[in-house]
Design a protein around this ligand. Structure first.
Ligand SMILES: NC(=O)c1ccc[n+]([C@@H]2O[C@H](COP(=O)([O-])OP(=O)(O)OC[C@H]3O[C@@H](n4cnc5c(N)ncnc54)[C@H](OP(=O)(O)O)[C@@H]3O)[C@@H](O)[C@H]2O)c1
Length: 337
């Protein structure tokens, strides 16, 4: 069967203000972009709404684009045109891709550097492929950090998130004990059902004592924190001397306050992690190559993303409102009309 022809005009979701309001999104008709040298044109299959997109809409993400801009950092689709010989070999292939520069992925057609595309294996659906980049690579990079640092045991917050569940799978695979911190009872049950051995609910009155007991008993010296705010300080307090909290998300939107004695007398540390930096540090470094081989091999099998619903691009405001609540129930995907 031949490829459908490429129209001249497409629909794209456009952000007009960094105020975090769904009303600041509108759907616009725009010319379909032409791929330049080293680029391909992808017809959208699905694009997720991730916490990073919500931060981006609030102007709190690590990069700001000149407005109006098309949001969206990852997606899946089919390559329909290419600006160079190498890209032409990809025409007709289903790919997952991530993009941080230029227009984002919430659009019927997206121009992407060929090097940002990964061909999708046959068993990976378009929906799953849409989420192959941001969370799986972050989960992999965090677990790599645990492995390389020879940590006896690790911990994570927001453990019922899509990423948290991937980290859980990786920890089981690597046989690294993992303490999972969640914020409500249903999430404890969910994670235990997925095979988690240690789950702690931060809404319980004895939360800090349990954390302290588990961290000391298991030897947790590294915690991955996606929540921030007071929880970062609680994690650090619960750790043995020399422990480190790696903050990689700010779901609470709150600041953390840590007593300096933790740094001075207990050699504790707080660090940050951002996938974009990690890839750019050394694009073809051994860690990154290991991830580029390892993630696609596991994705769609041991690693997968729960999907809650799909909505057309024209319903982007509704989709963003949905995605900002009840996050544990799965990703909201944007799909073309
Ligand atoms: N630094 C990086 O490079 C990088 C890369 C990828 C992801 N991330 C971060 O990883 C985190 C998880 O992403 P995801 O896509 O996996 O998330 P997700 O699937 O949308 O799930 C978010 C989870 O966080 C919980 N949550 C939300 N607000 C919370 C709060 N204030 N306190 C405690 N828990 C809260 C939600 O629980 P409820 O259902 O109760 O709301 C849900 O279980 C996000 O912070 C994201 O920004 C960072």
């Amino acid at each position: 069967m031949g490829q459908p022809s490429i129209p001249e005009i497409m629909r794209a979701v456009v952000l007009s203000a960094y105020d975090g309001r769904p009303d600041s999104l509108r759907v616009e008709e725009r010319p379909v972009p032409e791929p330049g040298p080293g680029e391909v044109l992808v017809r959208l299959a699905a694009a997720p709404i991730n916490p990073a997109d919500l931060m981006f809409m609030r102007g709190q993400y690590g990069l700001k684009k000149a407005l109006p801009a098309v949001p969206g950092f990852e997606a899946s689709g089919t390559v329909v045109a290419a600006g160079g010989i190498a890209g032409r070999l990809m025409v007709g292939r289903r790919v997952a891709f991530g993009t941080a520069q230029g227009d984002g992925t919430w659009s019927e057609y997206i121009r992407v550097p060929l090097g940002h595309c990964l061909p999708l294996r046959a068993h990976v659906s378009d929906e799953q492929g849409a989420t192959l980049f941001v969370n799986p690579f972050t989960a992999w990079a965090l677990m790599d950090m645990a492995r390389q640092g020879k940590h006896r045991a690790v911990a994570q917050t927001a453990a019922a998130s899509a990423l948290g569940r991937m980290l859980l799978k990786l920890a089981v695979r690597e046989r690294i004990p993992l303490v999972n911190v969640v914020r409500r009872k249903e999430q404890v049950e969910l994670l235990e059902g997925l095979g988690a051995e240690h789950v702690v609910d931060s809404s319980e009155p004895d939360f800090e004592e349990r954390l302290h007991e588990l961290f000391h008993r298991l030897g947790v010296t590294l915690a991955f924190d996606a929540v921030s705010g007071p929880l970062t300080a609680q994690l650090l307090r619960a750790m043995p001397a020399g422990g480190c909290v790696t903050v990689y998300g700010s779901l609470s939107g709150q600041e953390s306050s840590i007593h300096p004695s933790a740094f001075i007398f207990e050699r504790k540390r707080v660090e940050g992690f951002w996938l974009a930096d990690w890839f750019l540090q050394d694009r073809f470094g051994p860690k990154q190559i290991r991830a580029l081989m390892g993630v696609p091999a596991l994705f769609g099998r041991e690693m997968e993303t729960p999907v809650r619903t799909r909505l057309e691009l024209s319903k982007a405001r509704e989709a963003v409102t949905l995605a900002a609540g009840e996050m544990t129930s799965g990703k909201v995907l944007l799909v073309p009309g």
